[in-house]
Write a protein that binds this ligand. Sequence first.
Ligand SMILES: Cc1ncc(COP(=O)(O)O)c(C=O)c1O
Length: 367
Amino acid sequence: MIDKKSLVRDGVMELPVYSVGKTSSQYMEEYHLSRLVRMNANENPLGPSPLAQKAMAAAIDEVNFYPEGSSMQLRESISRRLDLTPEMVFCANGGDHIITSVMKAFLNEGDEIVIGSPSFVIYEIQAQGMRANTIKVALDQNMAFDLPKIAAAITAKTKIVVVVNPNNPTGAVVEPQQMADFIAQLPPHCLLLLDEAYVDFADRSRIFDVMPLIRQDKNIISLRTFSKYYGLAGLRVGYALAPQSVLDMVRRVVEAYPVNLLAQVAAVAALEDREFAARSLAAAQQTRAFFTDELRKLGCRVLESQANFLFVDFGRDGKYMADQLLRRGYWVRFDPSWGYANSLRFSFASEQDNRGFIKAVAQIIGA
Ligand SMILES: Cc1ncc(COP(=O)(O)O)c(C=O)c1O
């Protein structure tokens, strides 16, 4: 019998398995819960866009056919809205797939990526998968990416600089002028991967618009997703906006049909669903304000967020706090690798569940 370890590619067994813990039904069984409110994955509490649901229902009889491989119609819709060309849009199986594809296209063994920390952990895992090294730079005092320090960490080996804006898990944003200055001095041997998964929830005046730079053929990729704002996380649709010269390299490493047929029609319809988009934004803004007020009254430290989640220091051990909330039916995220022992990240639920969450917090911390 051949040793299984000799089959595996070098470095694979050193990779962690990405996991958000147990499944919701496992938690419900373990804690004897009749329902569990999902606030752990920054999903949209409004459900999917109704127009997307209709479009999927209408397309259901066509799933015997392969989808259009390049997501042409979706790329046309996205590019029209942003005044780009369809060649400047690349669609994939979620933002995660954009990340793996970009890394696969650009990273050789021993190359470096530079990223702020704490941030979205997938970047480090995927870089490790390419046998590249991740240089982590602490966030600034606002818990946003510290761009001057990131610039200083770039070396000759740096291929990709990742900036997550708004950042996950903190929700903080980089000031637009700082972003402009940072991009202007990026060395030409680096690609900026600007993760804008949550940008639709942010106040526009707080975000530097990179579209003009993409039109000017700069080494920039903006990553976006239908998972959050459009409520389509389960369908897995993400996209990259970048100069054609950059995407021409990324497309070569991707399989033939990265976005399935139902996901493509749903995403096209969701983009047209202005009513749903407006509700998504209003709900995120109102809920941010509600939680910020209520939690500050309870003495918690709430970080200013421009996303659909908050990062809050409850003044209690985060693992304990997350477990206590889970027992009461609220699933939030605690990750010790963030390095903030008392802080949790949680996204928003229905109005009633948001109020229930505040009651649960008050009960746990004895306020
Ligand atoms: C910062 C960030 N980038 C990218 C993604 C990937 O999103 P998706 O794969 O659902 O499109 C997420 C998901 O949570 C995220 O938080």
